[in-house]
Design a protein around this ligand. Sequence first.
Ligand SMILES: Cc1cc2nc3c(=O)[nH]c(=O)nc-3n(C[C@H](O)[C@H](O)[C@H](O)COP(=O)(O)O)c2cc1C
Length: 212
Amino acid sequence: MISERNETGEMAEYRDLAPTTMLAPIPAVLVSCRAEGGRPNALAVAWAGTVCSHPPMLSVSLKPERLSHGLIRESGEFVVNLVDAAHARALDYCGVRSGRDGDKLAACGLRAEPMPGLRLAPALADLPVQLGCTVRQVIPLGSHDLFLAEITGVRVREDLFDEDGSLHLERAGLIGYSHGVYQRAGGPIGFFGWSVARPDVLEKRMSRLRQG
Ligand SMILES: Cc1cc2nc3c(=O)[nH]c(=O)nc-3n(C[C@H](O)[C@H](O)[C@H](O)COP(=O)(O)O)c2cc1C
C-alpha cells in the first residue's frame, strides 16, 4: 500500500471554511531590493513560487503599498534569499516593519552584498541561497500584484556542498511557513521518486540523507 494513512480504514472528517489561501507548508523568503541611489531594503514574502523551469522563473506577489513594491517596479530587479532557522527572526522583523521607517537591514544585523548580474538589487550575506531575479511581467490580481521574474543568477553558500561537489540543501536548515507559523524542517522522510525506488537504492539514499 502506497498510503500510510488509510490502514485503519477510517474516513477522515472535514470542516468547511470560507475560501482563503491555505497552501502549506510554503517557503517564507527575504526579498531584497534597492532603487537607484537608495539604501537596500528587504521584506518577508510568503506568496512566492516556482513557475517555470526553462527559462527558470519564479513569482512573488506584493501589495502595492509595500515600499519594496515600488523599489522593485522601478529597478526591475530583486533577490530572493532563502531563509534558515538562524535568520528566522530577521525574516519576521522584515515582515512587520517597513523600510519607510528606518534601515531594516541594520536593525536586524543583515548585510547587503552585490548580487552578480544585477545592477541594483543586493543579496543578503550569509543566507544559504541567493536567487537574482529580473522582472519580466507584473500582473495586477487584486490585493496583490504578481511579479513574474526570470532567475538570472544563483548563489549557494559553500558549506552546503560536500567534497564531491554535490549540493546538500537539506543541510541548510531552511524554514517553512504554515498558516502564520514558522517551522524548522523535521528531517528527511523521502526523496524525489522514493515511492517507486528499488529497495537497495531506497536504503542507501535514505541512510545517507539521515546522516545529514
Ligand atoms: C511571514 C511573512 C510573509 C509575508 N508575505 C508577504 C507577501 O507575500 N507579500 C506581501 O506583499 N507582503 C508580505 N508580508 C508583509 C511584508 O513583508 C511587510 O508588509 C513589510 O513590512 C513590507 O516592507 P517594506 O514596506 O519595507 O517593503 C509578509 C510578512 C510576513 C511576516
